[in-house]
Design a protein around this ligand. Structure first.
Ligand code: NI
Length: 210
């Protein structure tokens, strides 16, 4: 049922993001401070650190910080629940990868951070994240808190108005892999298969903890 609602809303996802999209005047809290191309360059060439501290709210309404997940690898994904296509596809792949890892998957924490905090409240995330994996944590926060964490992870996002007065959110859709200390290891591009994620993650889990 949720899916059919989602399908009616456009999401440019990863494909269009170099040719994006006019900035909405006066709505700067709802989007990246920098352009898609600028952020892409930073991520591609590792010009700035990726990741960092965050303080957000999970789908149960509990305060969560990055420090809660030390000792586990983190798979961090940014998106929004009304995204009809890219987000659900990648979140399904993440869920499947965790299942394929078996008991080792318990040492990987999947995290979904919304770039649409106005609509993606904690209670809304509580209906959404269990569709993909029982251990998937959904995080939301103030517009400013979301912008800070998205900026830290070099995520581009921006509201795009729709004709009916509604809006969608363009966003980059990389899946970030962070080590047990919260440091950036690398990203999976959108559309990465669960099997490929498992191939990359397994050797990391086999490394001794420091
Ligand atoms: Ni999306």
């Amino acid at each position: 049922m949720i899916r059919s609602i989602l399908r009616s809303i456009a999401c440019a996802g990863a494909g269009l993001w170099l040719t994006l999209a006019p900035v909405l005047a006066g709505d700067t809290a709802q989007q990246s401070a920098r352009s898609a191309a600028e952020i892409m360059d930073i991520l591609m060439w590792s010009r700035e650190p990726v990741g960092g501290p965050f303080a957000l709210t999970d789908q149960a309404g509990h305060a969560r910080t990055d420090a809660d997940f030390r000792g586990r690898l983190m798979l961090v994904y940014f998106g929004f629940t009304f995204c009809p296509d890219v987000c659900p596809t990648d979140l399904q792949a993440i869920g499947l990868a965790l299942d394929k890892l078996g008991p080792d998957g318990d040492r990987v924490q999947p995290i979904f951070i919304t770039v649409d905090p106005e609509r993606d409240t904690a209670s809304h995330l509580a209906e959404y994240v269990p569709l993909f994996h029982p251990r998937l944590i959904g995080l939301t926060g103030s517009g400013e808190a979301i912008r800070q964490v998205a900026d830290a992870y070099k995520v581009y996002y921006a509201r795009v108005p729709l004709k009916d007065g509604d809006y969608t959110v363009d966003h980059t859709a990389y899946i970030y892999l962070m080590d047990r200390d919260g440091n950036y290891l690398g990203f999976f591009p959108p559309g990465t298969s669960a099997d490929r994620m498992v191939e990359i993650i397994r050797p990391r889990l086999a490394e001794p903890a420091r």
